[in-house]
Design a protein around this ligand. Sequence first.
Ligand SMILES: *[C@@H]1O[C@H](CO)[C@@H](O)[C@H](O)[C@H]1NC(C)=O
Ligand SMILES: *[C@@H]1O[C@H](CO)[C@@H](O)[C@H](O)[C@H]1NC(C)=O
Ligand SMILES: *[C@@H]1O[C@H](CO)[C@@H](O)[C@H](O)[C@H]1NC(C)=O
Ligand SMILES: *[C@@H]1O[C@H](CO)[C@@H](O)[C@H](O)[C@H]1NC(C)=O
Ligand SMILES: *[C@@H]1O[C@H](CO)[C@@H](O)[C@H](O)[C@H]1NC(C)=O
Length: 286
Amino acid sequence: MKAVPHLWLHAFWPLLALLSRQSECAAKNGNGGNVVEHHQPSYWEQPPFSQPYFDNTTRRETTTTVGQSAYLHCRVRNLGDRAVSWIRKRDLHILTVGILTYTNDQRFQSLHSDGSDEWTLKISSPQIRDSGVYECQVSTEPKISQAYHLSVVVSKAMITGNPELYIKSGSDINLTCTVLKTPEPPSFIYWYRGEHVINYSQRGGISVVTEKQTRTSKLLISRALPADSGNYTCAPSTAESASVMVHVLNGEHPAAMQHGNSSNSGAATRTLALLLLLLHAGSFAR
Ligand SMILES: *[C@@H]1O[C@H](CO)[C@@H](O)[C@H](O)[C@H]1NC(C)=O
Ligand SMILES: *[C@@H]1O[C@H](CO)[C@@H](O)[C@H](O)[C@H]1NC(C)=O
Ligand SMILES: *[C@@H]1O[C@H](CO)[C@@H](O)[C@H](O)[C@H]1NC(C)=O
Ligand SMILES: *[C@@H]1O[C@H](CO)[C@@H](O)[C@H](O)[C@H]1NC(C)=O
Ligand SMILES: *[C@@H]1O[C@H](CO)[C@@H](O)[C@H](O)[C@H]1NC(C)=O
């Protein structure tokens, strides 16, 4: 009598085991993967290709200039019903979950279009302090994540030569401006004299050649006159501007007529400037 249930259990044990396993799977799927696993996943339960994984082809190092929106692209395959979050590593702040922004800082935004694998973190008006590591995280159990490095740099313009330029009337003003430390070429570079954008049509003999590739802009004003003197500023769209004072002088003074670079000591330069100023004033008095 006692042996009968024992035999019965033996006969049905494989079937019971299979049923219990299947119900465990069902519970796990129903809960969106939050059930803690009690056993090692076997190959037929969790084939590797059904799990979310990162598409590793997106760039993980990004450099931008202050104020230029930055985009970090995270691509996740087989996401299923999991969520993609962006975390700031510095303070483990959750920035976005899915397409929602979780921080008060509205400069952080998650960009995603339906059906796409891409979850992009957009950082508007980035500042230097936004530099650092950001993590794209997928809510699998355990979590998987991928780190992205963002550098926010200050881009500056530089005009080759001295910040004070003395030029003989009738010779050319030739200024070269280079944009330094810029990951992207600026979309435009403006030249100003004083407060005003240089007007090409107002006076002949002005040429501006801007090369995106070398991030330079050359301003050439031929046969300059004293009226062309002033504070010349090179203002790229995405960089701090640079200025140079140009003095166009009447009269002759060979030593003073050298363009741009002078390795004189400060005192000698000041004496020279004073001398030129007197010369200049003298030419008006005459
Ligand atoms: C992507 O990179 C992560 C970490 O570097 C690695 O663990 C994972 O296997 C890679 N995935 C693919 C599909 O190459
Ligand atoms: C302007 O100066 C640059 C070097 O600073 C020189 O290469 C170029 O030939 C000059 N252009 C003219 C028209 O003088
Ligand atoms: C440039 O100068 C011309 C001629 O004086 C004038 O008609 C034009 O409005 C000026 N353009 C700008 C942008 O100042
Ligand atoms: C030249 O103009 C720039 C921009 O307006 C200004 O920052 C700079 O102080 C000026 N330089 C001089 C010597 O006036
Ligand atoms: C300016 O002069 C210094 C010292 O003589 C030299 O090292 C530098 O290359 C010069 N710069 C230009 C633009 O000529």
